[in-house]
Design a protein around this ligand. Sequence first.
Ligand code: PMP
Length: 396
Amino acid sequence: MKELKIAQRLDQLQTENAFEVLAEVKRLTAEGRHIISFAIGEPDFDTPENIKAAGIRAIAENQTHYSPAGGIPQLKQAIASYIKDTRQISVGPPNIVVTPGAKPIILYSLLACVNPGDEVIYPNPGFPIYQSAIGFIGAKGIPLPIREDLGFSFDPDEFKARVTPRTRMVILNSPHNPTGGVLRTEALEAVVEAANKYDLWVLSDEIYSRIIYEEPFKSIASIPGMVERTIIIDGFSKTYAMTGWRIGYGVMPAQLAHWVTRIQINNESCVSTFTQFAATEALIGSQDGADAIVREFARRRKMMVEELNRVPGIKCPVPAGTFYVYPNVTGACRRLGLKDSKELQRRLLYGGNVAVLAGSAFGSRNDEQEYIRLSYATSEENIREGIHRIKKVLQG
Ligand code: PMP
């Protein structure tokens, strides 16, 4: 067969392993196997009723036409008020760009702020789209180790050692996928210092900002002087269980919002209009649904960590946020004679009917340690049964 002529830039484009594992789980389930999946990156709850009703009402009222690129005014206003309240910063509708999911803000920010050949520092492990998008635009990704012994924050000195005159942007994600860690104050301060010194952009992915358990959420944008150089990513997917509606947003300096909106005009025009009405209700309506989701996650987190720490070969720190745990499974891999977390992922799926994600799905290994990510966006019953199955595999 004739080989397709594919553009060179696709050499750099990677994927999200989670979607592949989900497809494999579906295939095995169709074969009649009963799989317990901890691989999912979305809440297992349904969108709260008041939000669904607002979306349905908007369709009935024919909000089914194009909207202004960047978002409908009432949603931009609601987002600006929400961000002002939660980050104590002064922003208004001109600072907001509403996109189909939070994800597009990653690529759009890179396209708008970073030239080919520039360096971008990003968390390792981290959400795989950062590294993929950095490579895709022809920039150079500089991985920053996220360390278990620092509560899954990073070492300020390791950060400083990665900043060069070629650095253009730093990507932060707190609370952090996949570890559940929250960045410490000294880590944020190191970024602020470098950002001021080298005139850097900070892309702060705060999609899990509401799913945080003990400490209050702190955005780098709240630190004086940072609002002018920070792009906040936030959205509705996780907080309001709205992954399939496809809506999220970026908050950024107005001049940059103008350019990001222009990229959107060239690409998707706007987010579906009725979805924007539903999202407006999510922000200005009752928060009971969102609060109940976080309360339930808090309960499951405790159970998940306790159960996992009873399994020989697994050490699971208590994560500060998100709905993921990121246990150290170096002992488990050794016990079973497995090379790495990817082999453990396979053994658990094919030998134990449990789906997890290997740490290697989120970047390269730090310090020869092996990890897996488990999402507790699944029922208590599944958590107990799933961990029971993991234990059985590990006990051989
Ligand atoms: N950032 C992070 C860190 C995420 O985990 C996700 C979703 N898995 C996203 C962005 C994308 O969110 P959305 O579905 O709203 O595009």
